[in-house]
Design a protein around this ligand. Structure first.
Ligand code: ADP
Ligand code: MG
Length: 662
């Protein structure tokens, strides 16, 4: 068996499973064995029922009582209580009538599952049940938990992985001496162990190797991107910035000192005899867009073209509208290029761009299609650059003949890491917020506070403002718990309708939702309506995380905050506090725990992204197996740039060694 063979070559994986696995991006045998666990299930001794806390996975042991079985609106529901001397806990099953037979009152059983709030009491939904003897066998073992899709269980994946690993041989690209020197296990051992560790120590050691590998691949890709010295000659020398000065004068605000300094860096680059390759790092809301706009204008005025690549269509449209508004009076012709356009529309756009009937193109990945050619691309702007892979960045750059590169990122990275990650670029940091901004007021609350929070949101809406509410999930799902956008929207609509009656004001609140599974056109419509103020409260997944700018929004509430990385929460918070009005961020905890409080308190006490990242790292330290995935961050399957910084340095050095030899 080869790593590149299709996954259905693995014994036990049939045609149908292979199709399902494809949804998890598992196509080849290699994809399968590289589908690392998301976490491990750690079978511990049963705890006292009184110690079961919301949001935790717990095992409890006790006697069954008060069994009920009744149909509810949509589902058949079985409930019972399990009690030990410390207390009782409710258990709930949906559409699992057969469980009734097991639940003899007085019978002692072991139950395991996630504790959730069920109105005034705590409950476990769909708990697994065990006889004592069976549970004892599992005690102390680590069972892998995988990202799943409907029809595929963790058990299935773990069997398939075991099977594949038994038939395959994996070469190790690292010399044994280097591995030994740096305490890195063999690749084949690391892959096996990450799936089936005996204990946490073993898992950490395996992880170390796999993190190194991820960083090394990344560093080698970066090396390829790095422009060679002789290529770095500036073919597009720009010296006239009069139009830029005019644009700055016409802005409704004064640029901050940091913005002025950044633009000065850019002007110096573009007028020099070397090509610009600059990274602009600035916290969310620090005003990076206007900097990009100024650079673009200078290029257009000199008779060249510019491209601005952004990660989402929503953001592309927003930038397009923004650029149109400010640049058209300088004669700039602007084109939008996004995936949802029809083939015919795209073809027309390509023609206009190639004939230079268009000066500025703003778009998503659609910008790096082969069919697109420019007349004379002199500047490539990459907004939210950490959202793009190295190859996508290279593809945009290759659209022109060595254009100037301006990358922008809101990911707060300590300078030492920036030097490794962006070593080939010069760095400008916008470390100053516009003066008129009021600091965001933060609160960390539990779900008992939800009605108060919703009433607060309603009050803000009645005062003419708007709000976001973020949920981790799109729809109800069997494998994952947490709030989902669809049901949540229903509930919030009900809540506001009832409030209107209770408060006697009869005022309606317009609630809509947005999530990643919607069609781009639908998403755009919702976002446009929200930006236009037609929607008061937007319930959304993290699709709105990136760059969206609605100044009138003053409240951000995040459900199940414990599920998100701090950097990501900070990005979400950046969606409010973008105008002059006081803004608020409410972090709702879906579970209790000292660690949850400690993490969220970091956000509560710091509005500065660099501080948040620093504190987050201090708190987690090394030894965190999977951490919380920073979706969209410089993201790897396992590696975490903050916690794994020493491995990043090691990989960087090793990459240097490799590339110098070859
Ligand atoms: P980001 O750095 O997150 O991309 P944006 O460029 O979207 O931030 O800017 C956020 C908001 O702040 C925008 O509405 C923008 O017009 C405004 N803004 C930018 N610079 C300033 C400034 N110097 N003073 C006041 N508002 C500003
Ligand atoms: Mg931005």
């Amino acid at each position: 068996m080869q790593l590149t063979d299709p996954v259905k070559t693995v014994k036990g994986v049939g045609e149908k499973s292979a199709q399902l696995l494809e949804k998890l991006n598992i196509v080849s045998v290699e994809d399968l064995i590289r589908h690392y666990p998301r976490n491990y299930d750690d079978f511990e001794l049963p705890i006292k029922i009184s110690e079961a806390a919301e949001g935790r996975i717990v095992t409890v042991e006790g006697a069954v009582s008060r069994v009920t079985s009744m149909p509810n609106r949509r589902k058949k529901v079985v409930t019972c209580y399990v009690s030990d001397p410390s207390g009782a806990l409710k258990l709930v099953w949906f559409n699992q009538q057969y469980i009734v037979k097991l639940l003899k009152p007085g019978y002692r059983l072991i139950f395991r599952g996630t504790v959730k709030r069920d109105n005034a009491e705590l409950a476990i939904y769909q708990p697994k049940n065990y006889l004592k003897n069976d549970y004892v066998k599992l005690l102390g073992s680590l069972q892998p938990i995988y990202d799943l899709t409907k029809g595929i269980t963790s058990n299935f994946i773990s069997k398939a992985v075991k099977q594949a690993l038994s038939e395959i041989s994996i070469d190790d690209p690292l010399p044994a001496s280097f591995r030994k020197e740096n305490d890195l296990p063999k690749l084949s051992d690391a892959i096996k162990t990450i799936h089936f560790p005996k204990n946490k120590q073993e898992a950490l050691h395996a992880r170390r190797r796999l993190v190194f590998e991820e960083f090394l691949d990344f560093m080698l890709a970066l090396r390829k991107l790095k422009s060679k010295k002789e290529e770095a000659k500036n073919n597009y020398v720009i010296t006239d910035f009069d139009a830029c000065d005019d644009l700055i004068k016409g802005l409704p605000f004064k640029l901050t000192g940091a913005q002025v300094k950044t633009f000065t860096d850019i002007k110096r680059d573009m007028s020099s005899d070397r090509l610009m390759s600059r990274m602009v790092e600035g916290d969310v809301g620090s005003g990076k867009t206007v900097i990009a706009m100024l650079a673009v204008l200078s290029v257009v005025k000199a008779g060249y073209q510019a491209a601005v690549m952004v990660p989402t269509e929503v953001l592309a449209k927003q930038h397009y509208a923004d650029f149109e508004e400010k640049l058209v009076r300088y004669g700039a012709k602007i084109e939008l290029l996004v995936g949802s356009m029809t083939a015919a529309q795209k073809k027309k756009a390509y023609e206009r761009i190639e004939k230079h009937e268009v000066d500025v193109v703003i778009g998503t990945h659609a910008l790096i299609q082969d069919a697109l050619n420019f007349d004379n691309l002199a500047l490539a702007v990459i907004d939210e650059q950490h959202r793009f892979g190295v190859n996508q960045r290279k593809a945009l750059k290759d659209k022109g003949l060595h254009p100037h590169i301006l990358s922008m990122s809101a990911t707060p990275i300590p300078r030492s890491l920036s030097l490794i990650l962006y070593g080939d670029m010069d760095l400008s940091v916008i470390n100053e917020m516009p003066a008129e901004r009021l600091p965001i007021k933060n609160a960390v609350v539990d779900t008992g506070y939800r009605p108060t929070a919703l009433n607060f949101i309603r009050k803000e809406v009645l005062n003419g403002h708007q709000a976001y509410i973020i949920c981790p999930l799109v729809e109800e799902s069997e494998d994952a718990d947490g709030e989902n956008v669809i049901d949540y929207t229903d509930n919030v609509r009900d809540f506001f309708a009832t409030s209107a009656i209770k408060q006697g004001d009869g005022k309606l609140v317009n609630v809509e939702y947005l999530h990643g599974k919607m069609k781009p056109a639908e998403k755009n419509t919702i976002m446009e309506r929200f930006a236009a103020g037609e929607i008061d409260v937007l319930i959304s997944t993290t699709v709105i995380e990136v760059g969206v700018n609605v100044k009138n929004a003053t409240v951000m509430m995040v459900e199940n905050s414990e599920r998100f990385g701090l950097a990501q929460l900070h990005q979400l918070r950046g969606r409010v506090g973008r105008g002059a009005a006081q803004s608020y961020c409410i972090f709702m905890k879906g579970c209790e725990g000292k660690d949850v409080d400690e993490r969220l308190d970091i956000l509560k006490n710091n509005n500065d992204g660099f501080k948040v990242a620093e504190e987050d790292l201090r708190l987690r330290g090394p030894g965190d197996l999977f951490g919380i995935r920073q979706s969209g961050e410089l993201s790897w399957k396992l590696a975490d740039i903050y916690a794994d910084a020493p491995l990043l340095s090691l990989a960087s050095e090793y990459a240097n060694k490799l590339t110098n030899i070859s």
